[in-house]
Design a protein around this ligand. Sequence first.
Ligand code: SF4
Length: 938
Amino acid sequence: MTLANHPPHDRWHDWTELDAKAWPDKVERNYTIVPTTCFNCEAACGLTAFVDNETGEIAKFEGNPEHPASRGRNCAKGPATKNQVDDPERVLHPMKRVGERGSGRWERISWDQALDEIGGRIRTAIQEGRNNEVMYHVGRPGEDGYTERVLKAWGVDGHNSHTNICSSNARIGYQSWMGFDRPSSDFANAEVIFLVSAHLEAGHYFNPHAQRIMEGKAKGAKVIVVDPRLSNTGAKADYWLATWPGTEPFMLLAIARLLIENGTWQRDFVRRWVNWETYLRETRPDLPCEFESLETALLDAYADYTPERAEHVSGVSADTIREIAAIIGAHPTKLASHNWRAAGAGNLGGWQVARCLFFLNVLTGSVATVGGTSGNGWNKMAPPHPFGGQPITEWNELSWPKEYPLAYHEMSILLPHFLNEGRGKLDTYFSRVYNPIWTNPDGFSWMEALLDERKVECHVALTPTWSETAWYADYVLPMGLGSERHDLASFETHAGRWVGFRQPVMRRYAELRGDDVGPDRRTHEFNHGEVWEENEFWIDLSWRIDPDGSLGIRRFFESAERPGRPVGVDEYYTRLFDGVPGLSDAAAEAGQSTLEFMRDRAAFAVPGDMITPYERPVSADAVDGCAKDDDGVYRKPGTAGAWDGSDDSLDDLTLVGLGDGSPAVEIDGELKTGFPTPSKKLELFSTTLRDWGWPEYATPTWIPSHVHWEDLDMAGNERILLPTFRIPTLIHTRSGNSKWLNEISHRHPLWIHPSDAETLGIEENGLVRITTRIGHFVISAWRTEGIRPGVVAASHHMGRWRIEEDEARSWGNGKARVSHDGTTWKLTREHGMRTWESADDDTRRIWWNDTGVHQNLTFSVQPDPISGMQCWHQRVRVAPAEAGDRYGDVVVDTAKARDAYLDWLSKTRPAPGPGGLRRPLWYARPLKPQASAYRAAP
Ligand code: SF4
């Protein structure tokens, strides 16, 4: 017997271990171990479910050692899947509203009824040409492109996402350099790790990243963390830089300038792979257009970005900036950096945080190197979805409005305002694992819109749990957690590619025991209650939309193995997995089909490395028929890159998911793969930003934030509120149904520096009124030196609420009353957590009371005019609570919210852009319509 972290894979179907709960008695339990994938954040770590062969129930979840990204490890939220599955308050059956919308009166219905009624609505909408009145609004996707494919099959431009409250800023910062919109950092092999985020405890791809950051640090990497708040990440760093919010680009550019001044930039990498010729032509026509001019041009362009000036603007000392520049310069090609949410998500112009951070990667040649930072597309495996779809011909103005032609994702935060303005209405609105009333800014405007049945005729909430938004639905349809559904997952967690498989554990367990799981069975037959999964739901719904095939939709959901019958998940995933490079060989070696291999392990590391893929040679055949432009880029006829701007030829273009379809670029006389940008190079100068109305931001630069400290009344009681940080043990909405996570995390103080607290008269634990542009909330204070003076902070994870005493309860939502007088809305906390009777004895043992304060309701929409990202940081007045204020009070005037919306709208520079288009053809879009739909309406 040896100690091991995990049961060996070859014993997963018959594993015996001692029952920890029975200690000190030695009681053996025999398990079947079924692998799946966690659904509790975007990282998609591997899980293993231990199914007790005696009870037939899942006893626990542990990590999956077969998973290449998580490597058998999880954060607290992974094993907490057990709580969510067993939660006594979860939604177990399809429900239909019977009272007024929002009244909380429901009846249980069958899945058949739900499918018939919703399918019938959508069928009518499509028959009447109202395709774009069908909208699917997703919070946690958890799957890779499945629903986009469904919408494409329906011919509906109805995809809407949560991205513009999350990552649009970071995305456009990265995309404007390299085409790819996310970084993929090789932390494990880095020598310098530069994080503009609280990455160790709450980063994007939290657990896979955290373990590799610590691996890099253990090997000697220096860790630099930028955050006005002393996060656990900052506490582990060699350098914690508490910048003024929104000044990060200034400090980063000062470092960039020092790299150039010190001669520690990688000149040959920049010469080969940066579009410096365009930069010189556009910014310094007075200089010879030769590489030797670039240094002068850059030093001139960034002349104001001295360490001393950066110290004044950002608050980080000039000496520290010099020290960090020296460290970065001493480690060429080995800088792994990351920015997600944090400063990028908080500030007007926050997209320049990612652009200026990646500038350091470019200058040090740390781009897709060992120990550097790559593009997400190179480390993510996205096999093509079988069965396809039809071209989308109509542009959805509700999600992609003309004012935001460069918005990196749908302008979802503005949906209530667009509906108010009569820009459209929704026939059928799916909210999917999404809770916009609580999660989005300006939640009372969402509530107003969802209460108005002329604006949203039918709201279908696809959700694993009750939420503030599901309460305002017409149908609440229970969808599965990580152990209850099928999904494909693949993310750029490290320098390597993988695919993960989420599978319904009890369905797989039944299969292993020889039960029928054939294509006529449905996953809800194996889960608790009638909890289903979206994949089968969409297949069956599509058949109800087009039962006779006359709409041309059904064929995209029809089995090839059983013509005339709906495709089953086994057939679907077999075809999908057969398209994953190397998987067929690995499966054959194991004597399995690709599907059986994935059901058995739930993860696969795609062979081969993706180091400097832009350097890969391209054969002369691949550019046959292409025209070469003056910058050495080969343009393929019929692709966006070769478009001549004429109206007729637009109709004939084939658009790719990302990039403009150019196959190669000539570098030093050789054909190379390059980057998916118009220049096929890293774009120091973005011609797209220039052409679409933002020439002043075509290069990496600093855009003063809407909360820039020099513009605030700091002598009075104005401060900057950081509402963006995550708590590592909480998920957004879904953690409400985890008792373990809520027992760990249920306090919600406002972080305030003692010097500010003294000045403003705020006591420790004293009540504070935070006044925003549209309202106020009341919270309690925590004096801490872990926050920059002038800045206050509160996590966005807290403040869950429910309206009814005995319905939609969770382990973390207090009872609240919502009322309004005209446009003035109030949320009043009636009480926090209390015990209650349920099938779970632990509901009688709840010992905590606090559930936090909901702050997002008091934030107006503040979309960045370029990226469309909600600029989350708030300019607030901080004062002791007033007479009559109570903890948890929220007051908002939605008329002021509308004024704020119009104010921010006025910052935009609307389409049409070049060629009369709504959006650059080369930009990615979750669901890309055909090229002719890009033509702006006259
Ligand atoms: S980081 Fe935690 S919550 Fe996220 S997928 Fe991994 S185990 Fe789940």
